[in-house]
Design a protein around this ligand. Structure first.
Ligand code: ZN
Length: 309
């Protein structure tokens, strides 16, 4: 029995082993191919993820480059804006400066007092403005009263030499000093007030004096007297007399060239067109809102003289 069973086992054993092996192989194959598919699916998924990641990276980089572009665009815009701002500011500043000039106008009258002084004072009074009178000496008592009227009405009384004779004043430092002392004393005695400043006959850059103007300026400096030239010329010094329209034009056309404009007029008996022109000149200046002021400590003295003259 045992032998028969053994025989049977020997006979069927290999078949069983073979069968089991086959079954196991099939199972293994099924398992492997299943795992294979899973691996494939996983690989695919990984591929997808990688692709997604790449496209995400691409997207991020494109977004970041867009942000960069936006940033540089913003930078460019802001730069442009700031340029526009600065440009606008500069333009505004220029325009303002141009519009704001002159900030002050000084009306100065040389060579008085004369028969026109009272008329000039009346006009200044009518418009409520103060003038600056660079006066010469006079023996005429009626005209001397004008020194007082100038001071009493709040105008500035300045010196313009006593004699106004170029050949005498500029002949020597002594002659200049003597003439200066004479006009200073006269104005001080008549009005009780020290005259404010000086204007050289012919200006500090006159070509008449044979002695360097520096010598005379030194005399004024020693006495603490400021001299004033001018930067706008009414042109009324000419002979024959200039028509009022021309004086108006001369007085107004160059005004905006200067921060402080000092107009030179003449107060002489024969300068009636100056008196005639004055109201329109004042009205035009006032219409532009520019103050007409008297000389004071803050006035920037206009000086023609330079050491190279
Ligand atoms: Zn003069």
């Amino acid at each position: 029995m045992r032998v028969r069973r053994l025989k049977q086992m020997l006979l069927f054993g290999p078949y069983v082993v073979f069968l089991v092996t086959v079954i196991m192989c099939v199972l293994l194959f099924v398992l492997i191919s299943k795992e294979d598919r899973r691996i494939d699916a996983l690989e695919e998924e990984i591929g997808h993820i990688a692709t997604n990641q790449n496209s995400l990276i691409e997207e991020v980089s494109s977004v970041s480059s867009s942000v960069d572009e936006l940033g540089s665009a913003v930078g460019a815009i802001s730069k442009e804006l700031s340029l526009i701002d600065i440009g606008a500011y500069e333009e505004k500043t220029d325009a303002n400066e141009r519009k704001a000039w002159p900030k002050k106008v000084y009306l100065t009258f040389d060579d008085g007092p004369s028969s026109n002084t009272a008329k000039i004072l009346d006009i200044l009074d009518k418009y409520g403005v103060k003038g600056n009178f660079f006066c010469v000496g006079t023996e005429n008592e009626d005209l001397r009263k004008m020194y007082n009227r100038i001071v009493d009405e709040g105008h500035v009384l300045c010196m313009h030499s006593y004699s106004h004779k170029y050949n005498e004043i500029y002949s020597s430092v002594d002659a200049f000093t003597e003439d200066l002392d004479k006009i200073y004393s006269l104005l001080y005695e008549v009005t009780g007030k020290k005259p404010v400043g000086y204007r050289f006959p012919g200006g500090s850059s006159n070509s008449v004096s044979k002695i360097p103007m520096e010598e005379f300026i030194k005399v004024l400096d020693e006495r603490g007297i400021t001299y004033y030239d001018w930067n706008v010329v009414a042109g009324d010094a000419t002979n024959p007399m200039l028509p009022a329209e021309k004086i108006i034009e001369n007085s107004l056309c160059d005004l905006n060239e200067y921060e402080e404009a000092m107009i030179l007029f003449h107060d002489l008996y024969n300068k009636t067109s100056t008196v005639e022109a004055l109201p329109e000149i004042i009205e035009a200046i006032q219409a532009n809102g520019i103050p007409i002021v008297p000389i004071d400590d803050k006035t920037m003295p206009i000086k023609h003289y330079t050491s190279t003259n």
